[in-house]
Design a protein around this ligand. Sequence first.
Ligand code: HEM
Length: 180
Amino acid sequence: MKKFQAEVQRTTQPNQPITEDDLDRMPNLKAVIKETLHLHPPVSLLVSRESTKDVQVMGYDVAAGTRVVVIAWSIGRDPALWDEREEFRPERFSNGLVDFRGQDFELIPFRAGRRGCSEIQFAAAVDELAVANLVHKFDFALLNGVELDVKEVAVILAHFESFMYNFDDSYLVFWKEKKM
Ligand code: HEM
């Protein structure tokens, strides 16, 4: 937080609001937001899609009419893709090689492709402005002895079925809707 706070203090004018132009001079801030979206994607299970024909995906035979959910959370924790996958390490993005705009499939908090988030630019700017303003004006710390557990729990509820799913097992969830 101190490193990131120093960057915000250095980049902004005293007593002036932080602007979007300031954000472009804050690579640490951008890396912090990226790492947050990487480890805690708000849409951890992307919206399901239904296959229109029989296909093969990652070695699975997927029959026509099967719903497929891509789990952005699991991709972000895959040890084959990420070193120290449980650690909050914004520096992993400091070389600027991996971005969340849908070109790098290891980081897809906004999905990728045609039906990915249409407001990535806006969402990123809003997040960056909010966080930059917060660390600009406040110091954050946990009270002595307090531990914060930010582990997610996955629950999917649907009218035909409900189940809990262990994200660590796979990137994908498949199901076929039961005929009522
Ligand atoms: C950090 C914030 C956000 C995240 C992580 C996020 C994530 C996503 C994801 C994953 C999808 C694809 C859903 C799918 O699997 O089909 C999506 C779609 C979409 N998002 Fe966002 N979103 C964010 C903020 C926003 C904001 C602020 C807006 C609007 C102002 C927005 C508007 C949309 C729209 C309109 C779509 C649907 C695009 C389409 O189907 O053509 N999102 N978003």
